[in-house]
Unconditional design. Structure first.
Length: 284
């Protein structure tokens, strides 16, 4: 019983693992986050090519070209906050995850931007039917058939549409070798003012801090400090990809992460929970 109660408490907080996606889903910018302990950017799409820079888990990369090279290689930009400069190179895509979801947009996107979104409802009782390591069939018995399925090798992502905390959400369950390893939540509502995404991020972060304490990692990264001291323009900076917010917690057997980033005036508020003992599944 104690484990069940603890899991329910965690799932109430995990609704906040939102991946807030703004803008039309038909032409999303490509941003990725490193999910392996490290990836290397190379001069050419080849492991034997000289290394431009090594990038650690959690870093955000921006795809610089839509062209794929040698099947699993993409050309990306990486901003080094400690040196204040941007580097470019080829990276092996299986070491990354998309910050903008791939979904059946015609089924879930209504094309209407919200001028004044409703407040996040933290009082809503949310209980997701998962247990790390559970097989796909067990989830299907509870959740039913998914809206979509994205499969690559031994990784299979099941997608569902849900109304959560006053937000229209895409929920993704990530299975590797038929074991549930991660859960993601994407808010599909589009806000007219990007400052609402920042407001939601701060509220979600504060809520998680009240429940689980200070984050183990907490960063605000300015790629361009033009608007840093002008709070009213932060939404504009977010949409332009000039600022990123990241916070993460360790909660029992689960790693919880919130990421807020943007590009081309589209926003991804990315949150994910990963089973700690399954993190090695994301290494290559």
């Amino acid at each position: 019983m104690p484990r069940t109660k603890a899991r329910k408490k965690l799932t109430v907080g995990i609704f906040l693992l939102l991946v807030l996606t703004a803008g039309a889903l038909y032409s999303q910018p490509r941003k990725y986050q490193v999910i392996t302990p490290e990836v290397r950017l190379h001069l050419d799409p080849d492991d034997r090519s000289p290394v431009v820079v090594s990038v650690s888990r959690g870093a955000i990369l921006t795809q610089a070209s839509a062209v794929r090279f040698r099947h699993n290689w993409i050309f990306v930009y990486y901003y080094q906050p400690e040196k204040g400069k941007t580097l470019a190179g080829y990276v092996w895509e299986p070491g990354l995850r998309k910050l903008f979801p791939t979904v059946n947009a015609r089924l879930i996107y209504n094309g209407q931007a919200v001028a004044e979104p409703r407040e996040l409802d933290f009082s809503q009782d949310v209980d997701f039917p998962y247990l790390w390591g559970m097989p796909k069939q067990k989830l299907l018995e509870v959740e039913g058939q998914p809206l979509g399925v994205d499969q690559s090798g031994e990784t299979e992502v099941l997608q569902y549409q849900r109304e959560i905390m006053n937000r229209n959400c895409l929920v993704e369950y990530v299975f590797i070798q038929n074991q549930l390893t991660a859960a993601r939540f994407f808010i599909l509502d589009t806000f007219v003012d990007n400052n609402y995404y920042i407001s939601d991020f701060i509220k979600a972060k504060n809520y998680l801090m009240q429940r689980f304490g200070l984050p183990v990692d907490d960063q605000t990264i300015w790629l361009d400090s033009t608007y840093r001291e002008r709070r009213e323009y932060w939404g504009q900076a977010l949409g332009a990809g000039l600022v990123e917010f990241r916070s993460s917690w360790l909660v029992g057997e689960t790693e919880v992460e919130l990421v807020l980033t943007g590009s081309d005036n589209r926003v991804a508020f990315v949150a994910e929970c990963v089973g700690q003992k399954y993190k090695t599944f994301f290494s290559h």
